[in-house]
Write a protein that binds this ligand. Structure first.
Ligand code: SAM
Length: 337
């Protein structure tokens, strides 16, 4: 039986995102712009990354404290060598209801079967446009839409289903792609999710004017493809769900900027070097790698986790919406969105 821990706002710990690398093969301007993450950028050396055994040990402890869902992310998680071995180790753990992975899709065609065989249940694939010029402009490494679509198809064929497709929307950059994306995925069973463009600190030059509010995204789609809201499927679901009234499936919007959802956030994030973040916007994480490597017992690490979670009071997105405050830096590339 899980030891339920709740934070200062009564929120339980239910979901864990595990970043397995800080590296990515894309240079999306809104996340890891080339000017910052160029040739000279120093990514983490391998010895500082948690090993698969360390990750699995932490995952076991988190599950014992109420975690039911684990998502593997990055950086680009499929760049981590033998990541399917980690999936296999985590998939074996008792008490886990959902094991998923978020990817840019670039290596999915090659890896989908191995991931499925290792026990991965489903994937979320990021794709910001169907227009090759727009997409290449965003990923900044000349990667084509076609290859991501092949990855998505390979995931479906391997049985990694349902598949979600994440599109970050930035005004004047890819907002013209909203409707074509909705049309393309309508009726396919894939669940498209539009994400409001978020501030990643000093690296992406974020301005509120660049954000296309979720309400506007819905309005644009609804003008052509009528929608109705759907109730959340569980507490803490980040996407607001809608269904096409013609039976063409579902879509979601993640309105982190205009309609923050901190009140229901049950999510923790573990960075590749073993720091635990209790909020995407938390400026600093709590070090779990040192206690692991100092030989601390499971009980000592559990106590550390309980101390961090019970002291948790983050609700940065809500505070930011209501006040003008100096804002901690999002570590999107480090802790995986
Ligand atoms: N490389 C993987 C991928 O592309 O999905 C996983 C890591 S990526 C950081 C996770 C998600 O965060 C992606 O869907 C990405 O589009 C989203 N993301 C990154 N920067 C963002 C930003 N500034 N605003 C909103 N979403 C962002």
């Amino acid at each position: 039986m899980a030891l339920n821990v709740t934070d200062t706002l009564g929120r339980p710990l239910r979901s864990l995102r595990i970043s397995v690398t800080d590296r990515c093969n894309f240079r999306c301007a809104y996340c890891m712009p080339k000017e910052v993450f160029g040739r000279d950028y120093r990514f983490l050396p391998r010895r500082l990354l948690l090993t698969f055994e360390e990750i699995t040990r932490l995952a076991t402890i988190f599950i014992a404290h109420g975690v039911e869902k684990i998502r593997i992310t990055g950086g680009e998680p499929l760049l981590r060598r033998d990541v399917e071995r980690l999936i296999e180790m985590i998939a074996r753990l008792d008490g886990l209801g959902d094991l998923s992975l978020t990817t840019n899709g670039s290596l999915l065609a090659r890896k989908a079967h191995a991931l499925r065989n290792a026990g991965l249940q489903r994937v979320t694939v990021s794709l910001d446009s169907l227009d090759d010029a727009v997409f290449k402009g965003l990923n900044d490494v000349d990667f084509s839409v076609e290859r991501v679509l092949e990855g998505i198809e390979a995931a479906r064929a391997a049985g990694l289903f349902p598949i979600k497709i994440n599109m970050v929307v930035k005004r004047g950059v890819n907002d013209d792609s909203v409707l074509p994306m909705a049309r393309h995925f309508h009726g396919t069973g894939y669940v498209l999710r539009f994400i409001e463009y978020m501030d990643v600190g000093t690296t992406n030059g974020w301005r509120l004017d660049d954000v296309v509010p979720a309400a506007e995204i819905i309005e644009r789609i609804e003008a052509e493809l009528p929608l109705e809201p759907v109730d959340p499927s569980y507490r803490g679901e980040v996407a607001r769900r809608y269904r096409y009234t013609d039976g063409g499936g579902e879509l979601g919007v993640i309105a982190s900027v205009t309609q923050p959802f901190c009140g229901d956030c049950t999510r923790a994030r573990l960075s590749a070097e073993g720091r635990l973040y209790t909020c995407l916007f938390a400026g600093a994480g709590h070090d779990f790698r040192s206690p692991l490597r100092q030989g601390k017992s499971d009980e000592e690490i559990s106590e550390l986790l309980r101390n961090v979670w019970t002291a948790r009071q983050d609700r940065y997105s809500e505070i930011r919406t209501s006040e003008t405050v100096s804002w901690p830096k999002v570590q999107m590339f480090r802790i995986g969105g």
